[in-house]
Design a protein around this ligand. Structure first.
Ligand code: SF4
Length: 211
């Protein structure tokens, strides 16, 4: 590679399945595109960061996709949905809903990196209450928490904003919250700070019809 060429960082993982796993083919294709002397970064959010030459980004993404890997942008975007291991089964724990939610929101541009998390039952292995947006499947419905934050001494738990939503109601509510944050949040303002400034009740009042 030309040493002066700009590098682009990609976030990669194996998509939403029974836990954050990679197979041999996926590891092989990642290793193939790892620049000599560079390292793979393992993040806390079930993503690997890899840097690739700018001129090869689209080619590498295509190769990754062919191997069943998912690619996401790095920076002030909605991250891919962190999930639990769906230990009680895909349908019972709502894996199709988690996949659809991830498709709808991951990679959207926001004022500051937004971490959504999903968990298939109230045991909460996906840690939904300490992430910006948390979804917990409870019986046949989906409970939605917002404003959790897991870092430092200002760590706080998310607040329940809606409960027992249907999948469609969940997608709509989460997308609306993200759109409002994208439109009204200040640059580099984390979601929990935005909620404090904008007002939890003000935000909730705009998620019409599901109380
Ligand atoms: S949150 Fe529930 S379904 Fe998901 S891995 Fe934990 S115990 Fe299993």
């Amino acid at each position: 590679m030309d040493q002066t060429e700009k590098k682009v960082k990609l976030a990669v993982n194996g998509g939403i399945s029974f836990g954050a796993k990679l197979n041999a083919k996926q590891l092989g294709v990642i290793a193939e595109h790892l620049i000599d002397g560079e390292e793979l970064e393992l993040t806390t959010f079930q993503q690997l960061y890899i840097e690739v030459p700018e001129s090869k980004v689209e080619f590498v993404k295509e190769q990754f996709r062919e191997a069943g890997l998912s690619c996401y942008p790095v920076g002030n975007y909605v991250k891919s949905l962190r999930t639990c291991n769906f230990c009680k089964g895909a349908e019972e724990e709502g894996m199709p809903v988690a996949i659809e939610l991830n498709e709808r929101i991951a990679g959207k541009q926001v004022p500051f990196t937004l971490r959504p998390a999903y968990t298939g039952c109230p045991i909460g292995c996906g840690e939904p209450l300490v992430n910006d947006i948390g979804v917990m499947k409870v019986r046949d419905g989906y409970d939605l928490y917002i404003g959790g934050y897991g870092k430092g001494k200002i760590a706080q738990m998310g607040i329940l904003i809606m409960e027992q939503l249907t999948p469609e109601q969940l997608y709509e509510a989460v997308e609306k919250i993200i759109n409002i944050y994208a439109e009204h949040g200040k640059k580099r303002e984390p979601l929990f700070k935005f909620i404090n400034r904008y007002g939890f009740e003000n935000l909730k009042s705009q998620l019409v019809g599901y109380e």
